[in-house]
Design a protein. Sequence first.
Length: 259
Amino acid sequence: MNKKYIITLAVISLGAVASFAGATHSWGGYHWARTANPFTVKLGDNLSAAWDPYLGTTSYDWTLSGVLDTTIVPGTVSPKTCKATSGQVQICNSKYGRNGWLGIASIWISGDHITQGTVKMNDTYFSTAQYNTPAWKNLVLCQEVGHAFGLDHQDENFNNAPLGTCMDYTSDPTPNQHPNAHDYEMLESIYAHLDTTTTVSQSSASSAQDIDHSNPKSWGKVLRASADKKSSVHELDLGKDQKVFTFVIWADSDHASHE
């Protein structure tokens, strides 16, 4: 039996753990299994109409990669729960509450292979003046979907100058709304080899355990946290070779009440 992991990448922007600029930013070598390049990842659209233009931008941006394409398909899940679907990335928005996070991307892994993913955008914060801007929405959605392909962050130092990529933490989202050349190069490296099987475009519902993103206590032990506590990573061991890794960037000052 393949070793199975569930990886949860919670994201966006306000802080940092370490700098990855100029280095590899593959997330553990995890990737979609496929037998040819380019391959297509389906993005399930469970978003409100207000979010659809941002998903269109994100899909276009990542399809510029030479090794993968994305296509937007009708969503099949409730935005509130945003349960995963095998072989796809379900993308949702809702007012998930003042739980501390702005955006979360969850990626299910079997061995080294991504099998499904979810992305959640928290309108509780995106409805505020601070985050209700095109720049913030483009940055967050682009970064969350990038995680679903196996990318980590290029830089996690909140005070560094923007790198011009959505895979970078920054206090100024304006220059960081889209991938950059290093992201596309990293994808080419991650997907340089081919597999004998495929995990993309399967249509069966997920049988993996869903993650309660509203309750940080369910995320397991803290693996790392930034000095300013605006970013943290958690590990939950489910037994039987299954784990959950949760990467969190806390929105503004709300992290303090959710530690």
